[in-house]
Design a protein around this ligand. Structure first.
Ligand code: C2E
Ligand code: MG
Ligand code: MG
Ligand code: MG
Length: 287
């Protein structure tokens, strides 16, 4: 490895880094006006009760219709938004939009289901988060019991603050779920201490639940534990009838995944279900 080679490879690296930085700056610029230009929208994915085979909720998932890059998934812009703080106004836009949507559905007489909204750790750390949520609920007219906030285990990094914030949110009347459960560093101790309603088992454990004995044990263990702690449990990323059957066997309460539906635009969401006479079963029967 000669000095010249080293120099060249450093140069290549520097050029690449420079490109990345430039790209990031460009994206950051686009972000700033995207909200005003109405380029964000929400897709909704159903949450299904496995025992009764009924629709119980919708998760709001953010999408960005970028004028040049097309439809961008959150993984391509949320990390940047979290870094530069843009997630605060954007997250509030998501919250308001999702609550508005649910209220609209309710006003049309659709059966009551819960709206889940992902909350970034930066939003969670806002001291006036409760007031902000309260204001959105008031403005949209949605009653707090129909709103569920999805947070990740990362909030436990500051246990004192998290406990206090969760208790305030609970008092507000909204529901709380732990998203991507099992991938973070939550201690079982906190599960008992925190006023949470639901665990969402991360997709990575559900993926190979039929073929990997360790994953099966983990999913089964979390389901049993959640039941004993009186928490609802949702399996994320359910893609096959086999997985559904396995989860039913475990008495896992809820599931979400491509098997039922991908995240879809609001106009499509309710057409997935048979909603007449207060029923809310899936149109295509569940395995
Ligand atoms: P998440 O909250 O765990 O959401 C579930 C993700 O899994 C979604 O990806 C969904 O499309 C995907 N998914 C659902 N079912 C299946 C399945 O059967 N198979 C596979 N392979 N994937 C499935 P998406 O929409 O790309 O969102 C990724 C993540 O971005 C979300 O993970 C969430 O953490 C974050 N995110 C999305 N919207 C928001 C938002 O409004 N605010 C914040 N802070 N984060 C958001
Ligand atoms: Mg989520
Ligand atoms: Mg998440
Ligand atoms: Mg998740």
């Amino acid at each position: 490895y000669s000095a010249k080679e080293a120099r060249n490879s450093w140069k290549r690296y520097a050029i690449q880094m420079n490109l990345k930085a430039k790209e990031k700056l460009l994206l950051e610029n686009d972000l700033r006006i995207a909200l005003e230009l109405g380029q964000f929208h929400l897709a909704y994915q159903p949450l299904v009760d496995l025992e009764h085979e009924i629709l119980v909720g919708a998760e709001a998932l953010l999408r960005w219709s970028h004028p040049q890059k097309g439809e961008l998934p959150p993984s391509e812009f949320i990390p940047l938004c979290e870094e530069n703080g843009f997630i605060l106004p954007l997250g509030e836009w998501v919250l308001r939009n999702a609550c508005q949507q649910m209220k609209t559905w309710q006003d049309k007489g659709f059966p009551p289901i819960v709206m889940s909204v992902n909350l970034s750790i930066r939003q969670f750390r806002q001291h006036d988060l409760c007031e902000r949520i309260e204001k959105v609920l008031e403005e949209t007219g949605l009653s707090p019991q129909w709103l569920e906030l999805e947070i990740t285990e990362s909030i436990m990094a500051d246990v004192t603050f998290a406990t206090e914030m969760l208790e305030r949110l609970k008092k507000l009347g909204v529901r709380i779920s732990i998203d991507d459960f099992g991938t973070g560093y939550s201690s079982l101790y906190y599960l008992k201490r925190f006023p949470i309603d639901k665990l969402k088992i991360d997709r990575s454990f559900v993926n190979d639940v039929l073929t990997d004995r360790n994953d099966a044990a983990i999913v089964s263990g979390i389901s049993a534990m959640a039941r004993n702690l009186n928490l609802t449990v949702t399996a994320e990323g359910v893609e096959s009838a086999g997985q559904v059957a396995f989860l039913k066997e475990l008495k896992c309460q809820e599931a979400q995944g491509y098997f039922f539906s991908r995240p879809v635009p609001p106009e499509q969401f309710l057409s997935l279900f048979e909603l007449d006479k207060g029923k809310r079963t899936m149109k295509e029967t569940i395995a």
